[in-house]
Design a protein around this ligand. Structure first.
Ligand code: GLA
Length: 326
C-alpha cells in the first residue's frame, strides 16, 4: 500500500578539513551535525508538488521533483512542509539538507525506494548545479547522507569511497561561529575558483588536480590555487591520523594551516571571517578556519572542553545521516 504521508530528516554538515577539494576529485573529512531540515510530504490530487511554506518559485523543490522524475521515480502530487533548525547561508549546507530531505520524503510518500546514497547525492548535487546556479561538488550531499553518530567520514571524491573515522578529540569540542557575512555561492567567487582549477588542470595536462604534482610554472594565481588543493588533500590524511591518535594539538595546527591556505592561496576569506577566526583564537582555540565555500559563512574552531566559547559559537557533534522518520 502506498503511504499517504512521509517525513524525512536530513542533517547539515561541518567539514572538518578538505575544502575546495571535492570538485578536484580530492579528499574531504566532513561530518553530519545534529541540526538539519525536516520535510513532511503528503499525497494530494493531481501531479503538482506544492509547498505552501516555500516561495512559489523555489528552485530546490522544482529541481528535486524534476530530477527524481527524470530518474524514473513516479511522483504523484504532494503537499510538502519544511521545518529547519539550521541557519541558512551559514555554510552548514542548508540547501543540500533541504534537497536530500525533500527527495527522501517525496519517495516515501510515493511508496518508492529512493536511489542509493551515492546516486542520491549526485542527483541532489545536480539540483544545486542546474537549478541554483552553484557549480558545487558532492561534499555536502554525501556528508548529509553518510553521517554517523560520533564519526566523521573520509571521502575520496574520485572513487566515491567513504570511510568512517572516530572523532576522538581527547577532551576538546568543535564549535562553529557565524561570521555575520552571508555566504552566497551562486554569483560569488566560488564558480570562478572552480573554473580556475579546471583551467590549471588543463594547462598541466591532467584530468583533475588530484593528478597534479605541483603548480609551479603556472601563471599566478593558478599556481597558488593548485598549491592549496594539493596541500589540503594531504592535510585530510594528516587529520585522519591525528584523530586516530586523539591528538587535538595536531588537529588544531592542521585547522590553522588549512585556514592560511584558504586565505592566502585560494583567497576565499573576507574581513568578517578573519575577525571570527581571531575571536576564536583569543578565546583559546587550538585552531580555527573558514569552512565551506568561503566568502562569508561560518568558522570552525577546536576548543578545550572546559573553555568558555566565544559569544555566538555553537558546539557541533557528529550525528546520524539523513533518514526517513515515518
Ligand atoms: C561548498 C560546496 C561544496 C564544496 C565546499 C568547499 O560547501 O557546496 O561542494 O565545494 O563549498 O569545500
Amino acid at each position: 500500500m502506498t503511504p499517504h504521508r512521509s517525513r524525512a530528516f536530513a542533517p547539515g554538515r561541518v567539514n572538518l578539513i578538505g575544502e575546495h577539494t571535492d570538485y578536484n576529485e580530492g579528499l574531504c573529512l566532513p561530518f553530519a551535525i545534529e541540526m538539519g531540515v525536516t520535510v513532511t510530504a503528503e499525497l494530494r490530487d493531481g501531479r503538482d508538488v506544492v509547498a505552501p511554506g516555500l516561495p512559489g518559485d523555489d528552485r530546490f523543490l522544482r529541481g528535486t521533483v524534476a530530477q527524481l522524475r527524470a530518474a524514473g521515480i513516479e511522483l504523484p502530487g504532494c503537499a510538502v512542509e519544511v521545518a529547519s533548525d539550521l541557519p541558512q547561508e551559514a555554510g552548514l549546507s542548508s540547501s543540500a539538507a533541504l534537497c536530500v530531505a525533500l527527495a527522501l520524503a517525496l519517495c516515501g510518500a510515493a511508496g518508492a525506494t529512493p536511489p542509493p546514497p551515492v546516486e542520491l547525492a549526485r542527483l541532489c548535487s545536480r539540483v544545486e548545479n542546474e537549478y541554483a546556479g552553484a557549480a558545487t561538488g558532492m561534499l555536502d550531499q554525501l556528508a548529509s547522507l553518510l553521517g554517523e553518530e560520533g564519526r566523521a567520514v573520509r571521502l575520496d571524491i574520485r572513487t566515491l569511497a567513504s570511510e568512517p573515522v572516530e572523532l576522538r578529540l581527547g577532551g576538546h569540542v568543535l564549535a562553529v561561529l557565524g561570521s555575520g557575512a552571508p555566504r552566497v555561492l551562486a554569483g560569488s567567487g566560488y564558480n570562478e575558483r572552480r573554473e580556475q582549477c579546471r583551467r590549471a588542470a588543463e594547462l598541466l595536462g591532467v584530468g583533475s588536480l588530484r593528478d597534479a604534482r605541483d603548480g609551479a610554472g603556472l601563471p599566478d594565481p593558478l599556481d597558488r590555487r593548485v598549491r592549496h588543493v594539493l596541500s589540503e588533500n594531504a592535510r585530510v590524511d594528516h587529520a585522519v591520523a591525528a584523530l586516530r591518535e586523539g591528538d587535538a594539538g595536531a588537529l588544531g595546527e592542521l585547522l590553522d594551516a588549512s585556514h592560511r591556505s584558504l586565505r592566502d592561496d585560494f583567497e576565499v576569506s573576507v574581513p568578517e571571517v578573519e575577525r571570527a577566526v581571531a575571536a576564536c583564537h583569543e578565546a583559546g582555540a587550538l585552531g580555527a578556519r573558514i569552512m565551506g565555500g568561503g566568502f562569508g559563512g561560518s568558522v570552525l574552531a577546536l576548543f578545550p572542553e572546559e573553555q568558555e566559547l566565544p559569544d555566538g559559537a555553537v558546539p557541533v557533534r557528529p550525528g546520524p545521516g539523513a533518514r526517513l522518520l515515518q
